[in-house]
Every structure is written in C-alpha cells, then in structure tokens.
Design a protein. Structure first.
Length: 201
C-alpha cells in the first residue's frame, strides 16, 4: 500500500493544487490530510472545497477546532478571535458540517502494520483542545508522550502542526504544506516493512 500525507495548508491554494498534482503521479492508494486549512493564507474556503471534493481523509487540526468551537479552547490564540469570528460567517452550513465531522485521528492497518495519523500528539483526546502544546517539543513532554503506550503501540505515527520535518522513534512529523519549506510524506507499506520519505514540493 502507498499512502501520501500532507498537513497545514493554511489557505495556500496554489500549494494544495501543486501537492495534489504531484501525488496524482505517485499512484497512491490513500491520501491523508492532517488538518489546518485556515489561518495565514487568503484562499481558505477554496482550499476547504478542494479537500472536500476529493477522495481525501481529512483530519481536524487546531485551526478546525477554533473554527468549530471558538478560540476560547486555547488561551494562546486570543489574538485570532476576530479572524475566526469573521471566517465562520463566510462558511456555508455544509462547510461547517464538513468541519464538524472531521475526525481527530485515523488508523490504518496493512500487512499487520499499524499506522496512526493525527494533527499532533495528544495530551487529552477528550478535551476541547486535545493536542500537546508546541512548547512541549522543548520541555520534555513531547518525548514522554512519544514513549507512551498510546504511541509505541503503532508501527508509525504521522503528525503535522510543528511545521517541521523530523523523526523521533516511530513518530514522523511533516512540514507545513502552505508555508516555506513545504513537503509531504510518501509511505510504502509492504509485507516486510513500513518505509517513508519526505518529498519537497
């Protein structure tokens, strides 16, 4: 099985079109988007529609959580309140429903290998803001969660959110598609091994 994964579009329609064109040439079996359609760019709704209209597994990022629940769920983003209030007014009921039904994570098993996809690692998946903070990459919390049973039970865990490409154990992070240094991940899962490659856009 061949899986293409990208994250953090952030309203960059040209980048989204470019990655989908590249992926179409790879003959993949599955495409997974790890979340964050909104914020920074100015073509968020066009990006939402393009993702919605293609056979792509779309997961919720923090931006979709802010769009659905408001910025009160994360005290660090009060400065974005006006942006999300205004953007919410622009969405149709169908678009809001699409965001609401986006799952927080997606699991795939192939040849006995278990892969989990999510926007970032979780601190408390039942919380209104379920993800670790970016500061947890530096204070040791991220490393502790990487070594937790919830993470090591998978052969591969694929995340976005940090806008960085890195590998820590079985956790693989992908840079932001919509920003400088854009890339996506190509995973190949056969009977023997799961391998992956960061591919620059």
């Amino acid at each position: 099985m061949k899986i293409a994964v990208f994250s953090d579009v952030h309203g960059n329609l040209s980048a989204l079109k470019a990655v989908l064109e590249q992926i179409s040439e790879k003959n993949v079996d599955l495409i997974v988007f790890l979340g964050d359609i909104f914020q920074r760019g100015n073509e968020e709704i066009e990006c939402l529609e393009l993702l919605k209209d293609n056979a792509i597994i779309c997961l919720k990022g923090n931006c979709e959580l802010y769009m659905e629940h408001g910025v009160d769920i994360d005290p660090d983003v009060e400065y974005l309140r006006d942006y999300y209030d205004e953007m919410r007014k622009k969405l149709t009921d169908e678009q809001k429903q699409f965001i609401k039904q986006m799952p927080l994570f997606y699991e795939k098993e192939c040849h006995g290998h278990k892969i989990c996809f999510s926007h970032f690692l979780f601190s408390d998946i039942s919380s209104s803001y379920p993800f670790l903070q970016l500061s947890d990459l530096k204070n040791g919390m991220f490393d502790r969660v990487c070594n937790s049973e919830d993470v090591i039970k998978y052969d591969l865990v694929v995340i976005g959110h940090s806008h960085q490409n890195f590998v820590k154990g079985n956790v693989v992070s992908i840079s932001a598609l919509g920003l400088e240094g854009a890339s996506y991940l190509l995973i190949e899962d056969n009977e023997d091994i799961v391998c992956f490659e960061h591919i620059n856009i």
